[in-house]
Write a protein that binds this ligand. Structure first.
Ligand code: CU
Length: 104
């Protein structure tokens, strides 16, 4: 019984090792705009939006994947759940846009 449990635990550990570890990337929001998108994003990674501006902004995915409402000097996180191009905008300032390219 204990042996089987240990074997199962080893399998889980192996599976965890074979996949790249998810990473967290920051995207700044300042001067009424989004900063540079991270150059390399994969499914499972987290994007932390940091509102360094003096205005309230949102980081809203057009596909409905996430919608972060960020007061000045706050931040919020979104986990990337699918591959593809994610278009992001600010609900308060529709001219603020960002495109995230997410690899599988
Ligand atoms: Cu805004």
């Amino acid at each position: 019984m204990l042996r089987a449990a240990m074997f199962a635990a080893a399998l889980v550990a192996l599976a965890a090792c074979s996949k790249p570890q998810p990473k967290t990337y920051q995207v700044m929001m300042a001067n009424m705009g989004f900063g540079r998108p991270p150059p390399e994003l994969h499914v499972g990674d987290t994007v932390e939006f940091v509102n360094a501006d003096i205005f309230r902004h949102s980081a809203t995915a057009r596909d409905g994947g996430f919608d972060l409402d960020l007061a000045p000097k706050t931040s919020g996180r979104a986990v990337l759940t699918h591959a593809g191009s994610i278009e992001v905008y600010c609900r308060y300032h529709p001219g603020m846009t960002l495109s995230l390219a997410v690899a599988p």
